[in-house]
Design a protein around this ligand. Structure first.
Ligand SMILES: [Zn+2]
Length: 156
């Protein structure tokens, strides 16, 4: 930690305490003998990222890019713009962060993507459904949609 007064590279922590939830207050002292000034820093603990609960119970970090890659494949050569895809991902993300605090079942994400994509483009939706096996490895959430997809195709 650099001293904010003299830019000396070495300081020492002389006191440390949690001042409020997720924030740690540290009292520091500059180790330069010419300076020796004291100052306070606040360290905010980074919020733990959202985890996705897979069907097998394993947890993986939520990754919006996985949703994007699936959607881009589904919307290839369809009249769906980049910004529509981005909006869709944001809607899914916003919904997840509103409804879940730390962990979200993969199935929930998949269903959300499906229902929103259906409103945007029917062909992309069916394509997303029919090629879902292909991105099973990268989009783990999709694998749980099989029962739902069966119903979808039976209706046609
Ligand atoms: Zn200093």
């Amino acid at each position: 930690m650099m001293c904010p007064f003299c830019r000396h590279g070495e300081t020492k922590v002389i006191d440390s305490r949690a001042s409020q939830q997720f924030v740690i207050r540290r009292r520091r002292e500059c180790l330069s003998t010419d300076c020796s000034r004291r100052f306070t820093t606040y360290e905010k603990i980074e919020e733990s990222p959202l985890k996705v609960i897979k069907k097998d119970g394993n947890r993986i970090p939520f990754d919006r890019e996985k949703i994007r890659s699936g959607l881009e494949k589904a919307c290839y050569k369809r009249p769906v713009s980049e910004s529509q895809i981005e909006t869709l991902i944001c809607d899914v993300e916003g919904d997840i962060y509103e409804s879940f605090e730390r962990e979200v079942p993969s199935r929930y994400i998949g269903e959300k993507v499906f229902s929103l994509l259906r409103e945007v483009d029917q062909v992309a939706f069916v394509r997303f459904a029919s090629v879902y096996r292909e991105f099973k490895d990268v989009n783990d959430f999709v694998e749980e949609l099989e029962p739902m997809l069966k119903n979808e195709f039976h209706q046609k």
